[in-house]
Ligand binder design. Sequence first.
Ligand code: E4P
Length: 214
Amino acid sequence: MKFFLDTADVVAIRKAKEMGMCDGVTTNPSLIMKSGRDHKEVIQEISGIVEGPISVEAISEDAEGMVREAEEFSGWGRNIVIKVPMTKEGLKAVRILKDKGIRTNVTLVFSPSQALLAAKAGAAYVSPFVGRLDDISQDGMFLVAEILDIFDNYDFDTEVIVASIRHPGHVVEAARLGAHIATVPAAVLEKLYNHPLTDRGIEKFLADYEKSKK
Ligand code: E4P
C-alpha cells in the first residue's frame, strides 16, 4: 500500500520522506490554510520535495472553471493531480481533463455509486472519506470494502485513496482490505510507529545490559 501524507506542512513531509513513508501528498483548502502559507508557493515547494503525485483542489463549482484552474495548477509542478469534488460538474471536468492528459482525484466520495461513476468518468483516484462517515455513525471502512469489490470486477485504472483517516486502525484496515493508498495525517503516521511494549522492551534490555557490564 502506498502512503500519501495528508498535509501541507513541509516539515512533516520532509520527515516522512526521510523515512520512506511519503509516496505522495494530498492537500485541500483547509490544510493549506492551516499551513499559513501562500497556496501556490507551498504547492510548488511540496512538488519539489516529493516525486509522487501531489493533489491540489479545484475551487470552482462549474466544469469550465475547474478545467481552467487545473490547467493553471498543473503548471506548478510535474506531479500535480487535480482534486475535483464528486459532483456532476466535477465528473464533467474529469472527462475533459483526462483528454488533456491531466490526472484527477475525485474527492468527497461517500457512496459506492459515486466511486463507480468517478471511475467511469476516468478519474485516476477516488477518495472515500472514512473518518467523516464514522463521525455520523456510518462505517467508513465498509465503504472502502464496497468500492474495492466493485473495482475488482472491472478493468478500471482508478486507484482508491482512503482519506479522512483519523487513527492507526483506519490505516491497518485499509491495508487489510488491499486499498491502493492511504493518505495519512502526520500525527497518525507518528502513532503508527509506536507500541508501549516496544518501549518497555528496549528499557528492560538496556537496563539488563548495564547490569551485565563488569
Ligand atoms: C484528503 O484528500 C482529504 O482532504 C482529507 O483526508 C480530509 O480529511 P478530514 O475529514 O480529516 O478533513
